[in-house]
Every structure is written in structure tokens, then in C-alpha cells.
Design a protein around this ligand. Structure first.
Ligand code: DAH
Length: 352
């Protein structure tokens, strides 16, 4: 056993001396002191030995333990010192240009569509206007000819704001259901004639499905001037829809009720999928409704401080996602807001 102890000492002190890294030293340490390490297993032999033998072996074994342990420790500090020293010799030039592969983002398809609309209408003299997303029911309904308790309010599933935490409790606060809340604000703020557009977010208390979302965007147009008629509305609708859906698109105005216009219409475009022949998507009629519009009701003009005998107005407010769904061939409206990066990469435009 004494011989064995000397051999171990010789062999391992040599290995420790030759080690050049902390990882190597860890391995040596494990081979000695680990669960199945030589030093751990050696004392298992002791019970088989005689007392006289043990009297010399045990002190030699203890010394072996101490020597190997301290050899590993001192070699560890030596290796550490060496690596600090070599690090301090190195230098980094922070001004070196690096070429990282850049990840380009994408403009959201809805954003791209909205920017194009703004450009298109800017060309014919329309300016952009912003109205609050959180508004009073006065601007969202009352000034638009929709008094409280009137059944027409049921046309909009409204999200009301809990007033209990508000200082200003004499107003009813809501999330605007449409961008039409801008109409009277625009009329009050600007002198006639007026050419304004609002492209922004609206909110409704909807049952969500492929064609309904609680949050969506609308494109409101407010055009007030002398002598405007439905012919102007037809022209503007064609200007808008032909640009985005193709020159061959036909546009028709179909009577429809909205309390703030008279007459009110649904703007229909020929179905993109069957080119007007009739298919599943358009329900066999060859047309798709793309928005609501009309001649601004005289009492709404009056609410905006405009004399309806002198001026007439055109307003519209199509939902943008519905039109974009057709343009992009998307079947579920919810993809516009669910943050699906694949969709944005596929349908958006790379940001250069
Ligand atoms: N605000 C209406 C809605 O959200 C759409 C609309 C219809 C807007 C007719 C108009 C309009 O400006 O004249 O359902």
C-alpha cells in the first residue's frame, strides 16, 4: 500500500504540474476526489489490513491527500494568473467597422394601404384630420342625428367607459364606434369649403369572427362645398376603388340608411373574385359592399355651423380591413391585429 501511495503521488503531481487549463485541473481533481476517485476509494481497503500496517499507511495517506489537494489549488491560481496576464496583453479596437447581418423589419400591410390612401387623396386637395379615440357620446352620436334612446344607436355596438372613476361625470364617455366622430369637429374648426380625411382606429363591442373585430380602421371623408351632388360621390368612389382594386372595377351606389346622411348609400364594387358574374364570396350577386356614404344631413351641417341652404356635403366611412382583405386575398380579418410575423412578412413591404 505504501508503494501504491508513492506511485499515485508521483503520477498525479506530474499531471497537475503539466495541466494548462482550469478545465483540465477540474478533471484531475475529479479523478482523485470525485465519488469514484482514487483517493475516495483507497480507504475502503483499510479494514482488510493489519493494525501495524495501518499505523504507517494512514498518516501517509493523509499526507497524500493534503499534498494533492494543495497542488491542485496552487496550480489553479497559477493558471488564473496566466490567463489574466495574457488578457491584459490583448487589445480591442472599438472603431473597427463590423458588418452584422441586419434584420430588416416590415411595414404592416394596413399601414402601407393607409399611406397610399393618404397620398391618393392628398393629390386632390384633402388634408388629414385627427379626432379622439376616446370620445363623448355627444360627438360620436348626438351631433350626427342619433339622439340618446333612438333605435339607430343599435347600429353601433358600443363600448362605454365606466364613469365611476372619472372627474367629469356629466358626459358619457365611449370608445368611438366610427371616425364619423370627426365630422362636426372638422366643420366647426375650418372655414368652408372643407376637404378632410380621417384614417384611424375605431372600436366596437363585437362577437369576434372572420369578419368582425373589436378594433378596426376606417377612412372618413368630409367634403363640404357649394353645389356638391351624388355625382361627386360617384366620382370619388370610383377614384378610390379603381385605384386599389383595378381599373376594371365598377362602382354602384345603393340606397342605405345612416342617420347622418340624406340620401345615404352603400358603396358597392364589382366582386373581385368573379368579376361581377356572381360567386360564393359575393353571395351570387356580383357586388361587394365596401363602405357607407351619403350627402351630409342638413341638421349635421347645422350642428357644424354650416348653412345647408348654401353648402352641401359628402361624407363616407368605409372599413379599411374589409377592402384590404379583398385586395390581398385574406380570408380572416383577425390576421391584421394578431401580430403574426409571417403574415406581415408575406403581405407587408420591407422597410429599407
Ligand atoms: N360611420 C358609419 C359606420 O361606421 C359609416 C358611414 C356611413 C360613414 C355613411 C359616413 C357616412 O361618413 O356618410 O357604420
Amino acid at each position: 500500500m505504501n508503494e501504491q501511495i508513492s506511485t499515485i503521488k508521483l503520477e498525479y503531481l506530474g499531471k497537475i504540474k503539466a495541466a494548462t487549463s482550469l478545465a483540465e485541473l477540474d478533471q484531475i481533481y475529479l479523478a482523485l476526489f470525485g465519488k469514484a476517485g482514487i483517493i475516495t476509494l483507497l480507504p475502503k481497503e483499510f479494514p482488510k489490513m493489519e493494525k501495524a500496517q495501518l499505523a504507517s499507511i494512514v498518516p501517509a495517506f493523509n499526507q497524500l491527500k493534503i499534498d494533492l489537494n494543495s497542488a491542485v489549488e496552487s496550480k489553479r491560481s497559477e493558471v488564473r494568473e496566466m490567463s489574466y496576464a495574457s488578457l491584459s496583453q490583448e487589445s480591442v479596437d472599438l472603431s473597427t467597422p463590423i458588418t452584422l447581418p441586419l434584420r430588416t423589419g416590415y411595414h404592416h400591410p394596413l399601414m402601407v394601404f393607409e399611406e397610399e390612401i393618404k397620398e391618393l387623396f392628398k393629390k386632390i386637395g384633402f388634408q388629414q384630420f385627427g379626432a379622439p379615440n376616446i370620445d363623448t357620446d355627444y360627438y360620436n352620436f348626438e351631433v350626427l342625428n342619433i339622439p340618446a334612446e333612438h333605435p339607430a344607436r343599435d347600429l353601433w355596438d358600443t363600448l362605454y367607459i365606466d364613469k365611476s372613476g372619472l372627474k367629469e361625470r356629466n358626459e358619457n364617455w365611449i370608445l368611438r364606434t366610427h371616425t364619423s366622430n370627426a365630422q362636426v369637429r372638422i366643420m366647426k374648426q375650418y372655414k368652408t369649403p372643407v376637404r378632410m380625411m380621417v384614417i384611424d382606429r375605431c372600436f366596437r363591442y363585437e362577437n369576434l369572427d372572420a369578419r368582425h373585430e373589436h378594433t378596426f380602421d376606417q377612412f372618413e371623408l368630409v367634403f363640404v362645398d357649394k353645389g356638391l351632388s351624388m355625382a361627386h360621390l360617384q366620382w370619388l368612389s370610383e377614384y378610390f376603388l379603381k385605384h386599389f382594386l383595378g381599373e376594371e372595377t365598377k362602382v354602384r351606389l345603393r340606397p342605405k340608411y345612416y342617420p347622418f346622411v340624406e340620401p345615404g348609400v352603400g358603396i358597392d364594387g364589382t366582386c373581385l373574385f368573379c368579376k361581377g358574374k356572381g360567386c360564393k364570396i359575393c353571395g351570387g350577386i356580383g357586388w361587394l359592399e365596401l363602405g357607407g356614404a351619403g350627402m351630409i344631413h342638413p341638421s349635421v351641417l347645422k350642428n357644424g355651423g354650416i348653412d345647408p341652404k348654401e353648402y352641401s356635403g359628402i361624407a363616407w366611412g368605409p372599413g379599411l380591413e374589409r377592402i384590404l382583405m379583398l385586395k390581398l386575398g385574406v380570408e380572416d380579418l383577425r390576421v391584421f391585429r394578431n401580430g403574426d410575423i409571417k403574415f406581415i412578412q408575406e403581405k407587408g413591404v420591407p422597410a429599407s
